[in-house]
Design a protein around this ligand. Structure first.
Ligand code: NAD
Length: 481
């Protein structure tokens, strides 16, 4: 059985406590590797290594930092197949999805920020002939990066790459549910020649490792992606220490479909935005609002297409959905389907665990589920389920659907389908979300600001926003006479 190691001070080492956590392959429901059960002692070791590496890394010329990060990007691309299979085994997602999205995006994250840093500039303000102000943007020091299980390497690298490119050293913690590709990344960092201590990866539980990173007095900055409750706990600890915080949290995104949409394009994309990665993407559109005049047609066509989506072995190229990430998560999603029934919902398709034959019999599979007949403000429509479950609801007017769309505590992303340009711009302006996709979904330009409003988070990632976060601005004012 493979044993994952921590990556501290350039070496792959055992946790100080020498204890391990079982790591499950969700597609077969069995333990297949061991994860270090690290604690605050390992975080301390990692932080000391990062502090030691910082002075040199922070003044290493941008071009040299960039070259090393580009090597890491290349190595991820070279190992695409191996990383995609590892991601699928660890997470349950189809290998085809990991090959198409997760791993290429991890390489792009490094490539994007390795080149982005070469173009990052700070502003200057001239006060006529009295003085000149200019801003220095220095790295903050040791950055704490904590990431979730749904897009493991994709989201892990989305934080680490800009942190390193801008000259910080990093203590990072991947999710204990999906640690494998972060471990493989540590091997690639060694191969790429990343100086020791610049990146440190400490594996283990959130309440031990994550909490120790959040509370560490020498880690002045935390970049976190995960659940809203965890984000609140991190803020409770880190805010009184005046740490810089970026929190990317949960969502309950609306998908608004008007009768004048490009129907076939909408239908194809809505299948993706509902069920990609088993619905475990924070950006999935789980509340589908359909204009009344096409509601019955949409319902028939959508349910028909959902029924044809194959659930099963993630390595089978025909599988559209693999396993959800863990047994507790499967039970949580199934409990929400029960709640939907109690709240008066009708299950139009799915609604159950799927038993896959043979070696996959103990895997955590859920049929893609479509529910109708619920009110916009019931718990099923207000709380994040984070699984292959969507609700569909008719609406008659724009005012009505805007009220529905904006009614949750969340505000991450929204999706809008209409060919009416004026309406599209008006609605985009009035949606309370950080991201609006019009006639598309998950189309990502890495230069754009990424993040949510309300309980979906604080701050923005992406493009120069990330460099702004991972650096501290200092204004220098020079009097000219
Ligand atoms: P989670 O909050 O349970 O865990 C996320 C990370 O935080 C893990 O590494 C975990 O070990 C760690 N953690 C747990 N307790 C901690 C603590 N007390 N202190 C510090 N760290 C702690 O989230 P999850 O279940 O892994 O991921 C699913 C959630 O992530 C969903 O809510 C989803 O919407 C959200 N998400 C958001 C985005 C976004 O960009 N906004 C992207 C992906 C996922």
């Amino acid at each position: 059985m493979q044993t994952i190691k921590n990556y501290i001070n350039g070496e792959l080492i055992e946790p100080i406590g020498k204890t391990y956590i079982d790591n499950y392959n969700p597609s077969i429901g069995k333990v297949y590797s061991l994860i270090p059960d690290s604690d605050e002692r390992d975080v301390e070791l990692a932080t000391q290594a990062a502090l030691q590496a910082f002075p040199k890394w922070s003044i290493t010329p941008k071009g040299e930092r960039s070259a090393i990060l580009l090597k890491i990007a290349d190595l991820i691309t070279k190992n695409l197949e191996r990383l995609a299979v590892a991601e699928s085994v660890d997470n349950g997602k189809p290998v085809s999805l990991a090959k198409l999205i997760d791993i290429p995006r991890a390489a792009s994250n490094f490539h994007f920020y390795a080149t982005g840093i070469l173009h990052y500039a700070a502003e200057s303000y001239a006060m006529e002939d009295t003085a000149i102000n200019y801003t220095l943007r220095n790295p903050v020091g040791v950055a704490g990066c904590i990431s979730p299980w749904n897009l493991p390497l994709y989201l892990f690298t989305w934080k680490i790459a800009p942190a390193l490119a801008s000259g910080n050293c990093v203590v990072a913690k991947p999710s204990e549910i999906t640690p494998m590709t972060a471990y493989l990344l540590s091997e690639l960092c060694i191969e790429a020649g990343l100086p020791k201590g610049v990146l440190n990866i400490v594996h283990g539980y959130g309440h031990k490792v994550g909490a120790a990173i959040s509370a560490h007095p020498k880690i002045p900055l935390i970049s976190f992606t995960g659940g809203t409750k965890t984000g609140a706990e991190i803020a409770r600890v880190a805010a009184p220490m005046f740490k810089k915080l970026s929190l990317e949290l949960g969502g309950k995104n609306p998908n608004i479909i008007f009768a004048d949409c490009d129907y076939e394009n909408m239908m194809k994309t809505t299948l993706h935005s509902s069920f990609s990665n088993q619905g475990q993407i924070c950006l999935c559109g789980s509340r589908i609002f359909v204009e009344k005049s096409i509601y019955e047609k949409f319902k028939t066509d959508f349910v028909d297409r959902v029924n044809k989506m194959k659930v099963g072995n993630p390595a089978d190229p025909d599988s559209r959905l693999g396993a959800v990430v863990s047994k507790p998560h499967m039970e949580k999603v199934l409990s929400y389907i029960e709640l939907a029934k109690q709240e008066g919902g009708t299950i139009l398709c799915g609604g159950n665990q799927v038993k896959v034959e043979g070696e996959f019999a103990d895997g955590y599979y859920i049929a893609p589920t479509v529910i109708e007949g619920l009110t916009y403000n019931c718990r099923t429509n207000m709380e994040e389920i984070f699984g292959p479950v969507v609700t569909i609801m008719p609406f008659e007017t724009e005012e009505e659907v805007m009220m529905y769309a904006n009614s949750t505590q969340y505000g991450l992303a929204s999706i809008l389908w209409t060919e009416n340009l004026t309406r599209a711009h008006r609605i985009a302006n009035n949606l309370h979300t950080g991201i609006v996709w019009i006639n598309c979904w998950l189309l990502r330009d890495l230069r754009t600001p990424f993040g949510g409003v309300k309980n979906s988070g604080v701050g923005r990632e992406g493009g120069f926003e990330a460099f702004d976060f991972f650096t501290e601005p200092k204004n220098v004012c020079i009097k000219l006479k």
